[in-house]
Design a protein around this ligand. Structure first.
Ligand SMILES: Nc1ncnc2c1ncn2[C@@H]1O[C@H](COP(=O)(O)OP(=O)(O)OP(=O)(O)O)[C@@H](O)[C@H]1O
Length: 344
């Protein structure tokens, strides 16, 4: 039996930005040969500290950032360099929910207008059908249908994020890029929005590429998780395997820095935060060794000079010299829990 075609595949995705001005202008490698796979109806979490390349990956998939090299396969077709016309067509299948529900909704348009805009842009939907669809969507995201006549300024942050989710769903996409969709919300509202996204996925079979700096949030929703550091994929696997048995020292540091209720863990968390807070002296594209070498508690001589190839590390895959590098050609995909496949 052949495996179903993945919804999204990144193959050696590399993105460079031009940074600086004049003679100081140089290329900054924001994403370096990242390969990942997302199955239909599943969630792939991207986690890592600020500047690790998470949003750049999301923006590259959305066509908002130019791809330097590599492929982005959506249902098997490379969309890395899609034309504007193809992008317009893709917007039916590929949508986004951004972090800030205040700036992502037009304050001068009613919620009904905002939700029907995508339907009108793509055509083929009557006024009555659009109104019915908007009412249905508002109810799906936990709002009353009469919200359609009101303006964004009349809603709370959590309600606005529900509206942004409804707008992302209006064209019935197969994939939604969720770029820190809960990080500007209060903790209790965060949980409601995460539960809503989960519920919608169960009902609509929509896939999420879910970007967050918070592995706790990622764990709530994701099947697989990719841990990024300075544009490099350092660990990849089923979310429970990565969260319960992290193989890469960077993942362990990230997990140790995640807030927990128990005060006995506070000293360890402070130490981990210290390691996360230390910026490296080099930019990502200047690294020849492991991007975590300068901060790693398990650093070895080889880490400074040789970039670790991805390898099997218990239940996950990690790019770390702590584990024997049997082969890089056919490293097995993670098998624990989720069925989505990926390779580093
Ligand atoms: N438009 C741009 N021009 C130049 N450099 C950029 C641009 N956008 C991002 N970068 C740089 O690329 C790197 C990756 O940034 P990116 O926003 O993808 O990281 P991130 O993991 O999403 O961070 P955050 O969690 O803070 O949003 C960073 O070094 C950032 O400064």
């Amino acid at each position: 039996m052949t495996a179903p075609q993945p919804l999204l595949e990144l193959l050696d995705l590399t993105v460079d930005y031009r940074a600086g001005t004049g003679r100081r202008r140089r290329a900054l490698r924001a994403v370096d040969q990242v390969s990942l796979t997302l199955a239909a109806g599943q969630t792939l979490g991207l986690v890592g500290e600020s500047g690790s390349g998470k949003s750049t990956i999301g923006n590259a998939v959305l066509g908002l950032t130019a791809v330097t090299s590599g492929q982005i396969l959506f249902r098997g077709q490379d969309i890395a360099h899609a034309t504007a016309a193809r992008r317009r067509d893709l917007s039916r299948h590929l949508q986004v929910v951004f972090q800030d529900p205040y700036s992502s909704l037009n304050p001068s348009r009613t919620i009904g207008q905002t939700l029907t805009d995508p339907l009108r842009a793509h055509g083929g939907t009557s006024r009555a059908e659009a109104a019915a669809r908007v009412g249905d969507l508002l109810e799906r995201v936990g709002l009353n249908a009469d919200a359609a006549g009101r303006y964004p300024g009349q809603f709370s942050g959590g309600q606005r994020q529900r509206i942004a989710i409804a707008r992302a769903l209006v064209l019935e996409p197969e994939l939604i890029i969720c770029d820190e969709p809960t990080s500007s919300l209060d903790l209790s509202v965060q949980a409601q929005v995460l539960n809503l996204l989960q519920d919608l996925q169960d009902k609509l079979n929509v896939g999420y590429l879910f970007i967050s700096h918070d592995i706790g949030v990622i764990r709530h929703l994701s099947h697989n998780v990719a841990v990024l550091l300075h544009g490099h994929l350092v660990e990849y696997g089923a979310v429970d395997a990565v969260a319960d048995h992290p193989a890469h020292p960077y993942t362990r540091t990230l997990l140790a820095a995640t807030p927990v209720a128990d005060p006995r863990h506070q000293a360890a968390r402070r130490a981990a935060r210290g390691r996360l807070g230390t910026r490296p002296s080099t930019t990502p594209d200047q690294h020849t060794g492991c991007p975590f070498a300068s901060r790693c508690p398990s650093v070895m001589a080889i880490c400074a000079s040789q970039r670790p190839a991805p390898r099997s590390a218990g239940a996950t895959q990690a790019a770390c010299h702590l584990y024997p590098d049997h082969t890089t050609a056919d490293t097995p995909a993670p098998t624990t829990g989720a069925s989505a496949e990926g390779r580093m």
